[in-house]
Design a binder for this molecule. Structure first.
Ligand code: ADP
Length: 473
C-alpha cells in the first residue's frame, strides 16, 4: 500500500504543537510495518538547514493563480521516512509558521503543489492522508481529479481532525482564485456564509478520523461541534477515533538525550537526579521530598489554565513546587509572572517554547496537570505516563481515553481524572494525588502502572492501516 501523508507541520522539520509530533511520527511507524509511506510538508524559514541538504526537484511547476510558479523540493529522511519539503519562500519563509491573514492561500498552495509533486515522483498513492484544515483543499481536489485524471482514479483520501477548533475560514469570493470556483467545490467549502477548509475536508474526504475515540463522539454534539456536528453525525459511519502514539525513540526515560540521568520502572534513581536538575534549572531549593507539579502547554482557553490558576495557591500552601513551561494568552502569562514573584522559592516559570526543557520537566516533575476544557488527543499526558510523572487530567477527549483513574482497592490506574470543569473537583484530585505521593509504595505502584502502558506508534499505525484498507473497499 502506498500512502502519502500531507501535513502543515512535522517533527523535526517544524512544530507548533501535537500535529507536528503526529505528522513526523506516523509515516515512520507506517514504514516500519511495511507501508510505502511518504510525508509532504512545507519548508519553512524555521526548518533547520541540516534537513535541507538534498534537493529532490529544482523545478516543480505549479500552475497557480493564473501564473506558473516554480517551487523547489527538498528531500530528507530525518523523521525516519521519505519526506519531501516544498520550498516556496513567498509563502513559507515567514516570521512564524501560522498567523497570517492569507494562511488559507498559503496552505491551498501547499496542497496543490503536493498533489502535483505526487504525480511527478511516481505511482499514484492508494491513500492521501490529510491532516487538519490546512489540508482540506486536497480532499476536494482529489475528489475532482479522480473524475478525469487516470493517475488519481484509484486514490482515496483520509482526513484526520486533530483539532476542530481551527477551521481555516476565509471569504467565499476567494475560492475561484484558488481554483475552487466550480459548484462542486463551493458546496464543499461553504459554511456559515464563508468558506471553511476544515468543512471541505470533512465533506469531501472518503474517510474521516479523529485523534481519540472520545473526541470523535464529542464533536458530534452541538456543544463541541463548532457548527459542524451535523456534518459529523451525517458522516459518522465514516468517522473513526485512533489515539495518537508516542514516539518512544524521542520520549524514553531510559535513553532520552536531554536528560542528565536515565531511569525505568524498576529503577528510579535517575528520576531523582532529573528532579534535582529541574529544581536547579529553575533556581529552586533542592528539596527532593516535596512533589513538583508541572504544566507544559500553550496558554490558550482550550487548556483550562484557569483551573490551575484557581488551585495553585493550595498546592503551594502544602509546600510543593509548581513549574510551568509555555506561552500564550497575556492574562495567563501575567498570572504566572505574579505567581513567581509571590513565591520565588516554589515556582518556576519559563515563558516560551523550549523542547529540551520539556523533556527535563517530564522527567523531573512528579505530577503533571492537564485540566483541559477539551483535548482532541493530548500528548503530554502520554509523555508523562512514560516518565512516571503522574497526570491529573479532565476526562475529555484523548485524556479520557489514555488516563485511567487510580483505584486504591484494586491497585489499577495510572493517573487521576475528574469530570466537571470546576476548581473544587480538580483540587480533590490534586489532594488525592498528593496523598498517594506521600505513600511511597502506593506511588510506586501508580508510576509502574503508568510507565508500562504501551502507547507506541506501532499500535496506532496498525489501526491506521486497517482504516486505509477500509477506505479502499
Ligand atoms: P496541542 O497540540 O493542543 O498543543 P498536545 O498535547 O497534543 O497539545 O501537543 C503539544 C505538544 O507541544 C507536546 O509535544 C508538548 O510537549 C509540546 N509543547 C507545548 N508547549 C510547549 C513549550 N512551551 N515548549 C516545548 N514544548 C511544548
Amino acid at each position: 500500500m502506498r500512502v502519502a501523508v500531507l501535513a502543515a507541520e512535522a517533527v523535526p522539520y517544524s512544530k507548533t504543537g501535537g500535529l507536528g509530533d503526529v505528522a513526523g511520527a506516523l509515516p515512520k511507524a507506517l514504514k516500519q510495518i511495511g507501508v510505502d509511506s511518504v510525508l509532504i510538508t512545507p519548508c519553512y524559514l524555521q526548518t533547520k538547514g541540516e534537513y535541507l541538504q538534498k534537493i529532490a526537484l529544482d523545478d516543480l511547476q505549479v500552475d497557480w493563480r493564473g501564473t506558473s510558479y516554480r517551487a523547489r523540493v527538498f528531500y530528507s529522511e530525518a523523521n525516519g521516512s521519505p519526506t519531501f519539503l516544498i520550498d516556496a519562500p513567498e509563502y513559507f519563509h515567514r516570521s512564524s509558521i501560522y498567523g497570517f491573514r492569507e494562511d488559507y492561500e498559503r496552505f491551498a498552495f501547499f496542497n496543490h503543489a503536493a498533489l502535483i509533486l505526487l504525480e511527478r515522483i511516481g505511482a499514484p498513492p492508494d491513500i492521501v492522508h490529510l491532516n487538519d484544515w490546512h489540508c482540506g483543499f486536497a480532499a476536494v481536489e482529489v475528489a475532482k481529479l479522480r473524475r478525469w485524471n487516470s493517475y488519481w482514479r484509484n486514490t482515496r483520501t483520509v482526513f484526520s481532525v486533530h483539532n476542530l477548533a481551527y477551521q481555516g475560514a476565509f471569504g467565499m469570493e476567494e475560492l475561484w482564485k484558488l481554483g475552487f470556483g466550480d459548484d462542486f467545490s463551493r458546496n464543499a467549502f461553504a459554511f456559515n456564509g464563508a468558506a471553511s477548509a476544515l468543512k471541505a475536508g470533512l465533506a469531501d474526504a472518503d474517510m474521516l478520523s479523529t485523534v481519540s475515540r472520545r473526541y470523535g463522539f464529542e464533536i458530534q454534539q452541538t456543544e463541541n461541534g463548532y457548527g459542524l456536528d451535523w456534518l459529523l453525525r451525517q458522516r459518522s459511519d465514516r468517522l473513526f477515533g485512533i489515539v495518537n502514539g508516542v514516539d518512544y525513540d524521542i520520549w524514553n526515560p531510559e535513553a532520552d538525550r536531554q536528560l542528565p540521568a536515565h531511569f525505568n520502572q524498576n529503577n528510579f534513581e535517575g528520576k531523582r537526579e532529573c528532579k534535582r536538575a529541574l529544581l536547579q534549572k529553575f533556581f529552586l531549593p533542592e528539596n527532593l521530598d516535596k512533589p513538583i507539579f508541572a504544566s507544559i502547554t500553550r496558554l490558550t482557553a482550550q487548556k483550562g489554565f484557569e483551573l490551575i490558576e484557581q488551585t495553585v495557591g493550595e498546592i503551594l500552601a502544602t509546600g510543593a513546587c509548581f513549574v510551568s513551561l509555555g506561552s500564550g494568552e497575556k492574562s495567563h502569562e501575567e498570572f504566572l509572572q505574579r505567581l513567581r514573584d509571590y513565591a520565588p522559592s516554589q515556582v518556576g516559570v519559563f515563558r516560551g517554547y523550549n523542547e529540551d526543557l520539556s523533556h527535563l520537566i517530564e522527567a523531573g516533575a512528579d505530577i503533571f496537570l492537564m485540566p483541559s476544557r477539551f483535548e482532541p488527543c493530548g500528548l503530554n499526558q502520554m509523555y508523562s505516563l512514560r516518565y512516571g510523572t503522574i497526570p491529573i487530567v479532565r476526562a475529555v477527549g484523548g485524556l479520557d481515553d489514555t488516563v485511567e483513574n487510580f483505584d486504591r482497592v484494586r491497585g489499577t490506574g495510572n493517573g487521576f481524572k475528574f469530570a466537571d470543569f470546576r476548581a473544587d473537583k480538580f483540587l480533590e484530585k490534586i489532594y488525592e494525588a498528593m496523598f498517594a505521593y506521600y505513600e511511597p509504595e502506593t506511588w510506586r505502584k501508580i508510576q509502574q502502572n503508568a510507565m508500562t502502558v504501551d502507547n507506541s506508534w506501532q499500535n496506532a499505525a496498525r489501526k491506521y492501516v486497517a482504516l486505509y484498507q477500509m477506505t479502499r473497499q
